[in-house]
Design a protein around this ligand. Sequence first.
Ligand code: FES
Length: 307
Amino acid sequence: MRVTARRNLTPHIVEFTLSPVEETALPSYGPGAHVTVETPSGAMRRYSLVAPGDSPSQYVIAVKREPDSRGGSQSMHDEAVEGTELEVEPPENDFPMGEAPKYLLIAGGIGVTPIYAMAQKLAGDGKEFDIIYCTRSAEETAYLDEMKEAFGDRLVVHHDAGDPDEVYDFWDHFEEPKNMHVYCCGPKVLMEEIEAISGHWPEGRVNFEDFKPVEVIRADDEAFDVELAKSNKTVTVPADRSILEAIRDSGVKTVSSCESGTCGTCKTRLIKGDVDHRDMVLMDEERDDYIMICVSRARSGSLILDI
Ligand code: FES
C-alpha cells in the first residue's frame, strides 16, 4: 500500500492513510482489527485500524513515536513520508466486539485507535455506549476534538499529567458486574488495573487489547557475538539490540512477525552456544537446538546460528 496522507494528531502521534498501490478492493474488517505493516526499517508492527471497515477504500492507522522504539515507530515517523510504499498484511481481529445491550469503551493514550473505531461503529448502529479516554494532557490526546464532536457527553476525557495520584478512578464502573461489554486498550498499567478490579465480572464481559511487546531488552543485557554459519559472517549484537535486529542491520534478511517471542516466526536452528531463552514459544525439548532470535540472547560467550 502507499502512504497517501499523513496528519499530525499530537506532537508524538501521526495518522497515516494507506491506499492500495493498484486499484483493488480492500478486505473489510470489524472494529478492533489491526494490520501488520512492514515499516521502512524492515521491522513488522501491528497497528489498529482507526475507522470502521465496511468496504474500505483506504486503511487508516495512527502511530505513536515511542521514546524507546526499537525502530518500528521511529521509522514510520521519519521515513514513511507521503508516497512511500509499505507491505501491509490483510486485517486480522484479535479484539472483536460481541453483541451486548450496552458497552463501556476504555482507552489509554494511543490505545484509542481500536476504541475510536468501535465507538464509530456503535454510534452508527445506534447502540448505547460510553467512552473513558485517559491521557496525560489535552495536547497529547489524539482525535480529541473529533471524538468530542462525534460522541458528545458519551465521552469522558481524563488527563492525569503522568501523576499516579491523578489517575482515573474506575471503581464505580466495576463495583457491580453489569450486563454490558467492556473493551479496553491502553498501557499495561491501565489494563492491569481494569483486570484487577473486574475479576468478579463474568468471563467474556471485559476484554483487552495489548500490543506492547514483552520487554525484549533488559537493563543488564550485554553485547555478544553471533556467528552466522550459512552466511559466513560474525555479527556483534549490541546490548540494546536483539539478535534479529543486529542480523538485519548487518544486511542479512530474516523473517519475523511479532518480535516479542510469541508467534514462532523467527525460530532459528542453534548450532552452538549457551542461550538465555526469553520466548514463549519453544518447548523444553527444543531449547537445545533452537532459538527465537527476536527476544533471546547469549547467556555467556557467543552463539553459532544456522543462518
Ligand atoms: S518474531 Fe515472533 S517469535 Fe520471534
